[in-house]
Write a protein that binds this ligand. Sequence first.
Ligand SMILES: NC(=O)c1ccc[n+]([C@@H]2O[C@H](COP(=O)([O-])OP(=O)(O)OC[C@H]3O[C@@H](n4cnc5c(N)ncnc54)[C@H](O)[C@@H]3O)[C@@H](O)[C@H]2O)c1
Ligand SMILES: [Zn+2]
Length: 341
Amino acid sequence: MHQLVVKGGSGDSIIQVGEHLAALSRYVPGKRVVLITDNNVWDLYGHAFPDHPVIKIGVGEQIKTIETVQQIYTALLEWEADRSTYIVGIGGGIVCDITGYAASTFMRGVGFGFVATTLLAQVDASVGGKNGVNFKGYKNIVGVFNQPEFVLCDTNLLASLPEQEVACGFAEIVKHGAIGDAALFAYLEANYDRALSLEKEVIDKVVFDSIKLKAAVVNRDEKEQGERKILNFGHTFGHAIEKTMAVPHGVAVSLGMVVAANLSVQRGLLSPDDAERINVLLQHMQLPVALDIDRKSVLDAMRRDKKREGQTIHFVLLDRIGHAVVEPIAIKELEKVVTAL
Ligand SMILES: NC(=O)c1ccc[n+]([C@@H]2O[C@H](COP(=O)([O-])OP(=O)(O)OC[C@H]3O[C@@H](n4cnc5c(N)ncnc54)[C@H](O)[C@@H]3O)[C@@H](O)[C@H]2O)c1
Ligand SMILES: [Zn+2]
Protein backbone atom coordinates (compact mmCIF):
# COMPACT_ATOMS: atom_id res chain seq x y z
CA MET A 1 0.00 0.00 0.00
CA HIS A 2 1.22 3.52 -0.83
CA GLN A 3 0.15 6.83 0.63
CA LEU A 4 -0.06 10.32 -0.85
CA VAL A 5 -1.14 13.63 0.65
CA VAL A 6 -3.06 16.50 -0.92
CA LYS A 7 -2.59 19.65 1.14
CA GLY A 8 -5.81 21.62 0.77
CA GLY A 9 -6.92 24.91 2.23
CA SER A 10 -9.63 23.00 4.11
CA GLY A 11 -7.18 20.38 5.45
CA ASP A 12 -5.10 17.44 4.30
CA SER A 13 -6.44 14.58 2.22
CA ILE A 14 -4.68 11.25 2.70
CA ILE A 15 -4.88 8.96 -0.32
CA GLN A 16 -4.20 5.25 0.14
CA VAL A 17 -3.50 3.33 -3.05
CA GLY A 18 -3.93 -0.44 -2.73
CA GLU A 19 -5.95 -0.29 0.52
CA HIS A 20 -8.93 -2.66 0.76
CA LEU A 21 -12.58 -1.74 1.10
CA ALA A 22 -12.65 -4.21 4.01
CA ALA A 23 -10.27 -1.92 5.95
CA LEU A 24 -12.62 1.09 5.70
CA SER A 25 -13.61 1.01 9.40
CA ARG A 26 -10.03 1.85 10.36
CA TYR A 27 -10.24 5.20 8.58
CA VAL A 28 -13.62 6.36 9.85
CA PRO A 29 -13.49 8.41 13.03
CA GLY A 30 -16.41 8.67 15.45
CA LYS A 31 -19.49 6.55 15.86
CA ARG A 32 -22.15 8.07 13.65
CA VAL A 33 -21.28 7.09 10.11
CA VAL A 34 -23.47 7.20 7.01
CA LEU A 35 -22.43 5.59 3.72
CA ILE A 36 -23.47 6.86 0.29
CA THR A 37 -23.22 4.61 -2.75
CA ASP A 38 -24.88 3.95 -6.10
CA ASN A 39 -27.10 0.99 -6.90
CA ASN A 40 -24.51 -0.88 -8.99
CA VAL A 41 -21.79 -0.62 -6.37
CA TRP A 42 -24.28 -1.67 -3.69
CA ASP A 43 -25.26 -4.78 -5.68
CA LEU A 44 -21.61 -5.70 -6.31
CA TYR A 45 -19.95 -4.81 -3.02
CA GLY A 46 -22.66 -3.93 -0.48
CA HIS A 47 -21.96 -7.23 1.32
CA ALA A 48 -18.43 -5.95 2.13
CA PHE A 49 -19.54 -2.54 3.49
CA PRO A 50 -19.13 -1.95 7.23
CA ASP A 51 -22.36 -1.99 9.19
CA HIS A 52 -23.69 1.60 8.89
CA PRO A 53 -26.80 3.18 7.37
CA VAL A 54 -26.52 3.34 3.56
CA ILE A 55 -28.02 5.94 1.21
CA LYS A 56 -28.34 4.67 -2.39
CA ILE A 57 -28.53 7.30 -5.10
CA GLY A 58 -29.35 5.42 -8.32
CA VAL A 59 -26.83 5.57 -11.20
CA GLY A 60 -25.81 7.79 -14.10
CA GLU A 61 -24.83 11.39 -14.84
CA GLN A 62 -28.53 12.43 -14.82
CA ILE A 63 -28.74 11.81 -11.04
CA LYS A 64 -25.82 14.19 -10.30
CA THR A 65 -28.25 16.93 -9.31
CA ILE A 66 -29.39 19.15 -6.46
CA GLU A 67 -32.51 16.92 -6.16
CA THR A 68 -30.30 13.94 -5.29
CA VAL A 69 -28.42 16.09 -2.77
CA GLN A 70 -31.79 17.03 -1.23
CA GLN A 71 -32.69 13.34 -0.93
CA ILE A 72 -29.40 12.85 0.91
CA TYR A 73 -30.16 15.75 3.31
CA THR A 74 -33.60 14.20 3.94
CA ALA A 75 -32.10 10.78 4.67
CA LEU A 76 -29.45 12.34 6.93
CA LEU A 77 -32.19 14.07 8.95
CA GLU A 78 -34.11 10.80 9.18
CA TRP A 79 -30.99 9.13 10.56
CA GLU A 80 -30.72 12.01 13.04
CA ALA A 81 -27.35 13.02 11.66
CA ASP A 82 -25.59 15.87 13.44
CA ARG A 83 -22.30 17.77 13.23
CA SER A 84 -20.36 14.74 14.42
CA THR A 85 -21.77 12.51 11.67
CA TYR A 86 -19.15 11.24 9.24
CA ILE A 87 -20.02 10.50 5.63
CA VAL A 88 -18.24 8.07 3.30
CA GLY A 89 -18.97 7.90 -0.42
CA ILE A 90 -18.28 4.48 -1.92
CA GLY A 91 -18.41 4.54 -5.71
CA GLY A 92 -17.27 6.18 -8.92
CA GLY A 93 -16.87 9.85 -9.75
CA ILE A 94 -20.59 10.52 -9.46
CA VAL A 95 -20.86 9.17 -5.93
CA CYS A 96 -17.67 11.06 -4.93
CA ASP A 97 -18.83 14.38 -6.43
CA ILE A 98 -22.29 14.17 -4.81
CA THR A 99 -21.03 12.89 -1.45
CA GLY A 100 -18.40 15.63 -1.27
CA TYR A 101 -20.96 18.31 -2.04
CA ALA A 102 -23.62 16.97 0.36
CA ALA A 103 -21.08 16.49 3.18
CA SER A 104 -19.58 19.96 2.61
CA THR A 105 -22.95 21.68 2.87
CA PHE A 106 -24.93 19.61 5.43
CA MET A 107 -24.74 21.54 8.72
CA ARG A 108 -22.10 23.76 7.04
CA GLY A 109 -19.86 20.77 6.55
CA VAL A 110 -19.26 17.40 8.21
CA GLY A 111 -16.24 15.12 7.88
CA PHE A 112 -16.12 12.89 4.83
CA GLY A 113 -14.00 10.38 2.92
CA PHE A 114 -14.21 8.30 -0.24
CA VAL A 115 -13.68 4.73 -1.37
CA ALA A 116 -13.13 5.24 -5.11
CA THR A 117 -14.38 2.23 -7.06
CA THR A 118 -13.81 3.20 -10.72
CA LEU A 119 -10.46 3.78 -12.37
CA LEU A 120 -11.57 7.31 -13.29
CA ALA A 121 -12.56 8.07 -9.69
CA GLN A 122 -9.25 6.69 -8.37
CA VAL A 123 -6.96 8.66 -10.67
CA ASP A 124 -9.07 11.78 -11.09
CA ALA A 125 -12.49 12.47 -9.52
CA SER A 126 -11.68 11.51 -5.91
CA VAL A 127 -8.44 13.52 -5.86
CA GLY A 128 -8.18 17.29 -5.71
CA GLY A 129 -11.16 18.46 -3.67
CA LYS A 130 -13.56 19.54 -6.41
CA ASN A 131 -17.10 18.46 -5.44
CA GLY A 132 -20.17 19.46 -7.36
CA VAL A 133 -23.36 18.68 -9.22
CA ASN A 134 -24.89 19.50 -12.60
CA PHE A 135 -27.59 22.16 -12.90
CA LYS A 136 -29.90 22.94 -15.83
CA GLY A 137 -27.70 21.01 -18.23
CA TYR A 138 -24.45 22.66 -17.10
CA LYS A 139 -21.88 20.13 -15.88
CA ASN A 140 -20.41 20.64 -12.41
CA ILE A 141 -21.70 24.24 -12.35
CA VAL A 142 -22.63 24.19 -8.63
CA GLY A 143 -20.00 23.03 -6.17
CA VAL A 144 -17.28 23.60 -3.62
CA PHE A 145 -13.56 23.06 -3.13
CA ASN A 146 -13.20 20.86 -0.07
CA GLN A 147 -10.82 17.96 0.50
CA PRO A 148 -12.03 14.52 1.65
CA GLU A 149 -10.10 13.48 4.77
CA PHE A 150 -9.18 10.17 3.15
CA VAL A 151 -9.49 8.38 -0.16
CA LEU A 152 -9.08 4.60 -0.42
CA CYS A 153 -8.22 3.27 -3.87
CA ASP A 154 -8.88 -0.47 -3.77
CA THR A 155 -7.67 -1.57 -7.20
CA ASN A 156 -9.17 -5.06 -6.68
CA LEU A 157 -12.62 -3.49 -7.13
CA LEU A 158 -11.71 -2.53 -10.73
CA ALA A 159 -12.04 -6.17 -11.85
CA SER A 160 -15.82 -5.81 -12.20
CA LEU A 161 -15.66 -2.60 -14.30
CA PRO A 162 -16.94 -2.75 -17.88
CA GLU A 163 -14.07 -2.47 -20.44
CA GLN A 164 -15.28 0.95 -21.57
CA GLU A 165 -14.98 2.34 -18.02
CA VAL A 166 -11.47 0.95 -17.73
CA ALA A 167 -10.46 2.60 -21.01
CA CYS A 168 -11.98 5.92 -19.85
CA GLY A 169 -9.85 5.80 -16.71
CA PHE A 170 -6.76 5.16 -18.80
CA ALA A 171 -7.48 8.26 -20.88
CA GLU A 172 -6.84 10.36 -17.74
CA ILE A 173 -3.75 8.30 -16.86
CA VAL A 174 -2.28 8.86 -20.36
CA LYS A 175 -3.14 12.55 -19.87
CA HIS A 176 -1.24 12.68 -16.58
CA GLY A 177 1.81 11.06 -18.20
CA ALA A 178 1.65 13.41 -21.19
CA ILE A 179 1.40 16.63 -19.16
CA GLY A 180 3.74 15.85 -16.31
CA ASP A 181 5.32 12.42 -16.02
CA ALA A 182 7.36 11.15 -18.99
CA ALA A 183 8.39 8.05 -17.01
CA LEU A 184 4.75 7.06 -16.40
CA PHE A 185 4.06 7.57 -20.11
CA ALA A 186 7.02 5.34 -21.08
CA TYR A 187 6.01 2.72 -18.48
CA LEU A 188 2.52 2.55 -20.03
CA GLU A 189 4.04 2.21 -23.51
CA ALA A 190 6.02 -0.79 -22.29
CA ASN A 191 3.26 -2.35 -20.16
CA TYR A 192 -0.04 -1.36 -21.78
CA ASP A 193 -1.31 -4.94 -22.09
CA ARG A 194 -0.57 -5.75 -18.44
CA ALA A 195 -2.17 -2.43 -17.42
CA LEU A 196 -5.31 -3.14 -19.45
CA SER A 197 -5.68 -6.58 -17.91
CA LEU A 198 -5.41 -4.86 -14.51
CA GLU A 199 -2.39 -6.87 -13.40
CA LYS A 200 -2.06 -5.93 -9.74
CA GLU A 201 1.54 -4.69 -9.71
CA VAL A 202 1.09 -2.65 -12.88
CA ILE A 203 -2.30 -1.11 -12.08
CA ASP A 204 -1.20 -0.18 -8.55
CA LYS A 205 1.87 1.58 -9.97
CA VAL A 206 0.07 3.53 -12.69
CA VAL A 207 -2.76 4.57 -10.33
CA PHE A 208 -0.20 5.71 -7.75
CA ASP A 209 1.96 7.63 -10.26
CA SER A 210 -1.10 9.20 -11.80
CA ILE A 211 -2.47 10.43 -8.44
CA LYS A 212 1.03 11.61 -7.49
CA LEU A 213 1.08 13.88 -10.54
CA LYS A 214 -2.42 15.23 -9.91
CA ALA A 215 -1.75 15.70 -6.19
CA ALA A 216 1.46 17.64 -6.92
CA VAL A 217 -0.35 19.97 -9.32
CA VAL A 218 -3.23 20.49 -6.86
CA ASN A 219 -0.77 21.11 -4.01
CA ARG A 220 0.71 23.99 -6.00
CA ASP A 221 -2.61 25.41 -7.27
CA GLU A 222 -5.68 24.02 -5.46
CA LYS A 223 -8.19 26.57 -6.80
CA GLU A 224 -7.10 26.48 -10.46
CA GLN A 225 -5.65 29.97 -10.65
CA GLY A 226 -2.88 28.81 -12.96
CA GLU A 227 -1.03 25.52 -13.15
CA ARG A 228 -4.04 23.31 -12.37
CA LYS A 229 -5.36 24.27 -15.82
CA ILE A 230 -2.90 21.77 -17.37
CA LEU A 231 -5.16 18.99 -16.06
CA ASN A 232 -7.58 20.12 -18.79
CA PHE A 233 -5.26 18.75 -21.50
CA GLY A 234 -7.52 17.19 -24.14
CA HIS A 235 -10.62 18.52 -22.40
CA THR A 236 -11.36 21.76 -24.32
CA PHE A 237 -11.94 19.87 -27.53
CA GLY A 238 -13.15 16.83 -25.55
CA HIS A 239 -15.97 18.78 -23.91
CA ALA A 240 -17.04 20.17 -27.30
CA ILE A 241 -17.31 16.60 -28.62
CA GLU A 242 -19.23 15.49 -25.52
CA LYS A 243 -21.68 18.35 -26.06
CA THR A 244 -22.36 17.40 -29.66
CA MET A 245 -22.16 13.59 -29.59
CA ALA A 246 -23.15 10.93 -27.11
CA VAL A 247 -19.69 9.49 -26.46
CA PRO A 248 -18.13 8.50 -23.13
CA HIS A 249 -15.90 11.13 -21.49
CA GLY A 250 -12.69 9.13 -21.99
CA VAL A 251 -13.40 8.71 -25.70
CA ALA A 252 -13.88 12.48 -26.06
CA VAL A 253 -10.73 13.22 -24.06
CA SER A 254 -8.71 10.77 -26.18
CA LEU A 255 -9.74 12.64 -29.34
CA GLY A 256 -9.13 15.93 -27.55
CA MET A 257 -5.57 14.87 -26.74
CA VAL A 258 -4.97 13.96 -30.38
CA VAL A 259 -6.18 17.41 -31.45
CA ALA A 260 -4.08 19.15 -28.77
CA ALA A 261 -1.00 17.14 -29.78
CA ASN A 262 -1.53 18.02 -33.46
CA LEU A 263 -1.93 21.67 -32.54
CA SER A 264 1.28 21.47 -30.52
CA VAL A 265 3.11 20.11 -33.58
CA GLN A 266 1.56 22.74 -35.82
CA ARG A 267 2.90 25.45 -33.50
CA GLY A 268 6.39 23.96 -33.59
CA LEU A 269 6.23 23.04 -29.88
CA LEU A 270 6.05 19.25 -30.04
CA SER A 271 7.95 16.90 -32.34
CA PRO A 272 5.85 14.85 -34.78
CA ASP A 273 7.44 11.72 -33.25
CA ASP A 274 6.08 12.59 -29.80
CA ALA A 275 2.62 13.27 -31.23
CA GLU A 276 2.77 9.85 -32.88
CA ARG A 277 3.71 8.24 -29.55
CA ILE A 278 0.54 9.71 -28.02
CA ASN A 279 -1.52 8.41 -30.91
CA VAL A 280 -0.07 4.90 -30.61
CA LEU A 281 -0.40 4.71 -26.81
CA LEU A 282 -4.05 5.82 -26.92
CA GLN A 283 -4.78 3.08 -29.44
CA HIS A 284 -2.98 0.55 -27.25
CA MET A 285 -5.24 1.64 -24.39
CA GLN A 286 -8.30 0.84 -26.57
CA LEU A 287 -9.09 4.52 -27.05
CA PRO A 288 -10.07 6.09 -30.38
CA VAL A 289 -7.82 8.59 -32.15
CA ALA A 290 -10.24 9.33 -34.98
CA LEU A 291 -14.01 9.58 -35.10
CA ASP A 292 -16.56 10.59 -37.66
CA ILE A 293 -17.50 13.90 -36.07
CA ASP A 294 -19.75 16.70 -37.20
CA ARG A 295 -16.91 19.23 -37.48
CA LYS A 296 -19.21 22.22 -37.74
CA SER A 297 -21.15 21.47 -34.53
CA VAL A 298 -17.95 20.71 -32.64
CA LEU A 299 -16.42 24.01 -33.75
CA ASP A 300 -19.63 25.82 -32.81
CA ALA A 301 -19.46 24.25 -29.34
CA MET A 302 -15.84 25.42 -29.00
CA ARG A 303 -16.84 28.94 -30.01
CA ARG A 304 -19.38 28.82 -27.16
CA ASP A 305 -16.73 27.55 -24.70
CA LYS A 306 -16.99 29.28 -21.32
CA LYS A 307 -13.22 29.75 -21.32
CA ARG A 308 -13.15 31.57 -24.67
CA GLU A 309 -11.79 35.09 -24.55
CA GLY A 310 -12.62 37.09 -27.69
CA GLN A 311 -11.28 35.24 -30.72
CA THR A 312 -8.96 32.97 -28.71
CA ILE A 313 -9.25 29.99 -26.38
CA HIS A 314 -6.68 29.06 -23.75
CA PHE A 315 -5.51 25.65 -24.82
CA VAL A 316 -3.26 23.18 -23.02
CA LEU A 317 -0.45 22.11 -25.37
CA LEU A 318 2.69 20.02 -24.96
CA ASP A 319 6.26 21.01 -25.73
CA ARG A 320 7.43 17.46 -25.01
CA ILE A 321 5.95 14.32 -23.51
CA GLY A 322 5.83 15.04 -19.79
CA HIS A 323 5.53 18.82 -20.05
CA ALA A 324 2.52 21.04 -20.76
CA VAL A 325 2.14 24.73 -21.60
CA VAL A 326 -1.04 26.84 -21.76
CA GLU A 327 -1.31 29.08 -24.83
CA PRO A 328 -4.03 31.25 -26.35
CA ILE A 329 -5.13 29.75 -29.67
CA ALA A 330 -7.09 31.66 -32.30
CA ILE A 331 -10.41 30.07 -33.26
CA LYS A 332 -9.18 30.17 -36.89
CA GLU A 333 -6.22 27.96 -36.05
CA LEU A 334 -8.53 25.47 -34.34
CA GLU A 335 -10.68 25.31 -37.44
CA LYS A 336 -7.65 24.17 -39.43
CA VAL A 337 -6.83 21.33 -37.04
CA VAL A 338 -10.44 20.17 -36.65
CA THR A 339 -10.93 20.18 -40.42
CA ALA A 340 -7.81 18.06 -40.84
CA LEU A 341 -8.95 15.52 -38.21
N1 LIG B 1 -14.39 16.18 -8.98
C1 LIG B 1 -13.50 16.02 -9.93
O1 LIG B 1 -12.39 16.56 -9.87
C2 LIG B 1 -13.84 15.16 -11.11
C3 LIG B 1 -12.84 14.80 -12.02
C4 LIG B 1 -13.18 13.96 -13.07
C5 LIG B 1 -14.48 13.50 -13.21
N2 LIG B 1 -15.44 13.89 -12.32
C6 LIG B 1 -16.81 13.41 -12.45
O2 LIG B 1 -16.82 11.99 -12.33
C7 LIG B 1 -17.97 11.48 -12.99
C8 LIG B 1 -17.56 10.26 -13.78
O3 LIG B 1 -17.01 9.29 -12.92
P1 LIG B 1 -17.07 7.73 -13.26
O4 LIG B 1 -16.58 7.51 -14.64
O5 LIG B 1 -16.46 7.00 -12.13
O6 LIG B 1 -18.64 7.51 -13.36
P2 LIG B 1 -19.70 6.72 -12.45
O7 LIG B 1 -19.57 7.12 -11.03
O8 LIG B 1 -21.00 6.87 -13.11
O9 LIG B 1 -19.24 5.20 -12.60
C9 LIG B 1 -19.33 4.57 -13.86
C10 LIG B 1 -20.19 3.30 -13.78
O10 LIG B 1 -19.46 2.27 -13.12
C11 LIG B 1 -20.25 1.72 -12.07
N3 LIG B 1 -19.29 1.22 -11.08
C12 LIG B 1 -18.67 1.93 -10.11
N4 LIG B 1 -17.74 1.15 -9.51
C13 LIG B 1 -17.80 -0.06 -10.10
C14 LIG B 1 -17.07 -1.28 -9.94
N5 LIG B 1 -16.07 -1.38 -9.06
N6 LIG B 1 -17.40 -2.31 -10.75
C15 LIG B 1 -18.39 -2.21 -11.68
N7 LIG B 1 -19.09 -1.09 -11.90
C16 LIG B 1 -18.78 -0.02 -11.11
C17 LIG B 1 -21.15 2.82 -11.66
O11 LIG B 1 -22.30 2.34 -11.02
C18 LIG B 1 -21.48 3.48 -13.00
O12 LIG B 1 -22.49 2.77 -13.65
C19 LIG B 1 -18.51 12.61 -13.84
O13 LIG B 1 -19.71 13.08 -13.29
C20 LIG B 1 -17.43 13.68 -13.79
O14 LIG B 1 -17.94 14.98 -13.88
C21 LIG B 1 -15.14 14.70 -11.28
ZN1 LIG C 1 -11.58 14.13 -17.68
